[in-house]
Design a protein around this ligand. Sequence first.
Ligand code: GRF
Length: 235
Amino acid sequence: MVAAPNPTPAAPNPQIPSPPEGSDAALVSPDVKRENLPSPPSGQPLPRLGILASGSGSNFEAIAQSIALGHLQAEIPLVIYNNPGATVVARADRWGVPTVLLNHRDFAQREDLDRAIAHTLQQYQVQWVIMAGWMRIVTPILIEAFPQRLINIHPSLLPSFKGTKAVEQALAAGVKITGCTVHLVVPEVDSGPILMQAAVPIFPHDTPATLHQRIQVQEHRIFPAAIAAAISATA
Ligand code: GRF
């Protein structure tokens, strides 16, 4: 699914909530607690999402907001982060979500880190793993622990501009449209089946910062929607 770029917005899709004003604006406050919202219609236990984040955590917060608004029927039992001091910790604290630090610098091999991540996620009975700005390459150890249930977001229209600095790559290439992609994770980086995309125009005076900010508005819109769609497709 591709949303039309600004300034020609697509007709609203009722399945995808409108973006907040600005990439980081709160849709709802953390005070809106899950228990104040109606129970899921099925009465089934909520799918448990484990979040992996390395930095700011604005995508984590968009997902938490979507849950609080009742758009995404799920719960977040923990956030795993790898960089001490990552801002995602303060965001998680505000939402009352436990955080666990697994610093990749403490592990000799990528596989050792992924084994620790998988073990921790399993301890928290996580069913879906959401890479919300997780800046580490994951190995088959983690992928095979959560088959078809490991989801990533990437700031380009894949398959264009894989890997690091995707926003800078798009600017350097001179393309007029870029965007973001939510996809399932496979061993090859940024290459798994695409779940949802949104397009973002590139303007003549864009810098990496201005373009990334507009991409993030779309990320916050499609990431929760793509997770909801993936969950319902396997229900
Ligand atoms: C996002 O732009 C995402 O596409 C990329 O890392 C960024 C994370 O942002 N993988 P945040 O930490 O969620 O604010």
